[in-house]
Design a protein around this ligand. Structure first.
Ligand code: GLP
Length: 243
């Protein structure tokens, strides 16, 4: 794993964008694995800005997302699909048919099988963008989840429900389960960029860098991947030693 630490999330997001931009310039039909959460927002802003300047086109790009809440329709304002529409897809020239998302409503078992088939046929992502939960989750793979799982349903841990409650008016509106790609599928990406900003990620970053691989800390699975880039701001990196 390579680690980059920047004084703030603007510069950190710029570093992530430079890597994404290079990939998109090299390969117009890149496959990007995307994540939600507040962390990648500045990266998505930079992607939109360069598209608007005519520097990058997403016409041939395909994307898939790592997770979605169970029980929220795509049109729900807190669904991850809406999040991606509002913060990226609606502002670039991506073909809607090239956007792949797990479905959190309807026949979930069928959705799981279909998403695994979709991911299989898409092949390895050129770049996978990830955030990290304060408890070390990636996508919605919570502590204790087998690294061998592909797409599955997960019960969100109390700390994740608490972290995510800031986006909902009331705690009882926060979904308690999600459909998520498994670690096995996430690790198929050719390159993984994990972003972590803010002090509330500092324990997770310390564990990721200093402790061993364990299913009790899902992000530690990344240590077994050959091309992982961790990009932090100085707050997220405050508990580790770096140059
Ligand atoms: C959610 C998402 C993750 C994301 C995490 C961190 O749980 N499922 O994909 O990485 O939140 O979110 P934030 O970036 O808002 O801290």
């Amino acid at each position: 794993m390579k680690l980059y630490v920047y004084p703030n999330d603007n510069l950190a997001s710029l570093k992530a964008y430079e890597i994404v931009k290079k990939a998109l310039l090299n390969k117009k039909n890149s496959l990007l694995g995307l994540a939600t959460g507040s962390t990648p927002l500045k990266l998505y802003d930079l992607m939109i800005k360069d598209y608007k300047k005519g520097i990058i086109s997403y016409k041939e790009v395909k994307t898939y997302n790592v997770d979605e809440y169970i029980g929220l329709e795509e049109s729900h304002d807190q669904s991850y699909r809406q999040f991606m529409n509002c913060n990226l897809f609606n502002h670039i020239d991506i073909n809607i048919k090239n956007i792949y998302f797990p479905k959190g409503v309807g026949n979930i078992n069928k959705n799981i099988k279909e998403y695994d088939k979709t991911l299989e046929s898409l092949g390895a992502a050129d770049i996978q963008i990830l955030g990290i939960g304060s408890n070390g989750h990636i996508a919605f793979n919570e502590p204790g989840t087998s690294f061998d799982l592909k797409t599955h349903v997960t019960n969100l841990s109390p700390s994740t429900i608490k972290d995510n409650s800031r986006f909902f008016l009331r705690r009882d509106q926060v979904p308690t389960s999600a459909i998520t790609m498994g670690i096995k599928s996430i690790l198929k990406a050719k390159k993984i960029i994990l972003l972590a900003f803010g002090e509330n990620k500092s324990n997770a970053i310390k564990k990721l860098l200093e402790e061993e691989v364990t299913e009790d800390f899902p992000a530690s699975a990344l240590k077994d991947h050959p091309d992982v880039i961790i990009i932090c701001d100085s707050d997220a990196a405050k508990k580790i030693k770096y140059n």
